[in-house]
Design a protein around this ligand. Structure first.
Ligand code: URP
Ligand code: ZN
Length: 491
């Protein structure tokens, strides 16, 4: 017995058509007109859209950052993702300083034991010693085809041009993709020190320490290295005109360069959000920083003209009002965090969060929530507003990332033989986004009060119903690791 979705409007990256869709076991086995009911379970989709489960290739679950860890893990983060229509994500493994790539992977595999949705891993190289570069080919055996290098976060994650160029040469030979966080970390470190020395410690100065020029410069540098090496490059979380222009120039020159932005960069501004009084601005501290309304328009254009291929979240959430209970004692005795266990002891306990930087913007943990909101917000402001067609939405949310990151056609589309990751999307349902109702483990929502029309009312993963209205049917351990293929297409 299978599941027969009757009379839905199927939306893929290329087509929209009315059809029935049959799932048997974990995969889609038929798409067509009047598929016989036999003894299948029928899901009446009249008036509903059927879309592939969303893919978010930029998340940081349970990430150590400064003196704390991001709140959502492979348990809460996965539940929240699925309620928002995302059924697969790729998280960033971090190579520990002094350790190997495998050491990082072992840590992330442990975190992912809680998985409820499907996931993959990118490998972040933070300590590019010769033996670590020699280890890169072994990542292919682990199903990891993308390397991330940070041109920012001096004295923490930053690598230099030598390492970036060497990694690109290796990745090119292996059919891997290099991802960069493109900000000039040397310049940022100088600007930050200068601002702090002048007593400029409020959250708004975070933006002044990371101006658009340092993002544009680093993006251009990485794009040129991609052109020189022929290594596919994917620039993460692009925010502003100088960076988009650098990517556009590279694509026009025929270089294998691609990019993403994140939902927050279409909506938040320095003036209205980062500059909010009473430390509210800390809620919006992320890197690169949120920008201006002008940059929002630049990003919408870059989505529409194909300069950008994906909208991710960079989900990495921290309490705004954290640090409750005897957290210092816990931190002293639990070097590996395990903050979920700390918070499980008492509902009032919270790990440290944004308040760590109350007197110094540089100590505010960087990162924002968004995994649950991504598809809802982009549907409302992309499709309902007429900026994107439904097929463009599917391409940006699912199909393009599946292709670029070597998961297509298993993931990212509705086709015979694909995993049955299916959203039953009601285009009429109204919803107000709020921290009071979201499923993310965080005490604020970037889009608080935003009214949206259209959301998934059922979410299936590999044929299993995960979300049914407000009911959660997922289980820890049921999410699968998705090994990925090298030599993925360039978009
Ligand atoms: O502010 C951010 N983006 N935090 C997460 C870590 C990173 O830089 O991607
Ligand atoms: Zn990130």
């Amino acid at each position: 017995m299978g599941i027969l979705f009757k009379n839905g409007l199927i939306i893929t990256a290329s087509d929209m058509f009315q059809a029935d869709l049959l799932v048997e076991g974990e995969i889609i086995t038929q798409i067509g007109q009047n598929i016989p009911a036999h003894d299948h379970h029928i899901v009446d989709c009249t008036g509903q859209y059927l879309m592939p489960g969303g893919i978010d290739v930029h998340t940081h679950l349970d990430l150590p950052f400064g003196d704390t860890y991001s709140n959502d893990d492979f348990d809460t983060g996965h539940r929240a993702a699925a309620f928002g229509g995302t059924t697969t994500h790729i998280d960033f493994v971090i190579q520990p300083k002094g350790g190997s790539l495998k050491d990082g992977l072992t840590k992330w595999r442990k975190k992912a034991k809680l998985a409820q949705i499907d996931y993959g891993f990118h490998m972040t190289i933070t300590d590019p010693r010769a033996e670590v570069l020699a280890e890169i080919p072994t990542m292919l055996d682990e199903g990891i085809t993308s390397l991330k290098l940070l041109m920012a976060y001096k004295d923490m994650y930053m690598i230099d041009d030598d390492a970036l160029f060497r990694c690109m040469m290796i990745a090119k030979e292996l059919g891997m993709l290099v991802m960069v966080h493109a900000e000039n970390g040397d310049v940022e470190a100088i600007l930050k020190a200068k601002l702090l020395a002048e007593g400029k410690t409020a959250p708004v100065f975070h933006a002044a320490s990371r101006p658009p020029e340092i993002e544009g410069e680093a993006t251009n540098r990485a794009v040129m290295m991609s052109g020189l090496t022929g290594c596919p490059l994917y620039v993460v979380h692009m925010t502003c005109e100088p960076a988009i222009e650098a990517l556009r120039r590279g694509r026009a020159a025929g270089y294998p360069v691609m990019g993403e932005t994140c939902v927050q960069y279409f909506f938040l501004t320095v003036e209205d959000h980062l500059n909010a009084p009473d430390f509210i601005g800390a809620k919006y501290v992320c890197s690169p920083p949120i920008r201006t309304k002008h940059d929002h328009a630049v990003l919408w254009r870059a989505l529409q003209d194909g300069t950008l291929q994906h909208v991710s979240t960079d989900h990495c959430d921290f309490w705004w009002d954290g640090g409750k209970g005897p957290w210092q004692e816990w931190a002293a005795t639990h070097p590996d965090g395990d903050w979920a266990a700390y918070e499980a002891q008492d509902p009032s306990y919270r790990r440290p969060g944004k308040e760590l930087g109350r007197n110094n913007f540089a100590k505010i943990p960087n990162g924002l929530p968004g995994l649950e909101d991504r598809m809802l917000v982009m549907w409302e402001h992309g499709v309902n507003s007429g900026r994107l067609t439904p097929s463009q939405f599917v391409a940006l949310m699912a199909t393009n990332p599946a292709k670029i990151f070597g998961m297509y056609p298993r993931k990212g589309t509705l086709a015979i033989g694909s995993d049955a990751d299916i959203l039953v999307w009601n285009p009429q349902v109204q919803h107000t986004i709020s921290a009071a109702t979201h499923h993310m483990r965080v005490d604020y929502n970037l889009y608080e009060g935003m009214q949206i029309r259209g959301k998934p009312i059922q979410v299936y993963q590999r044929g299993k119903l995960l979300v049914d209205g407000e009911t959660w049917h997922g289980q820890n351990g049921e999410g699968q690791y998705i090994p990925r293929e090298p030599f993925a297409p360039l978009l």
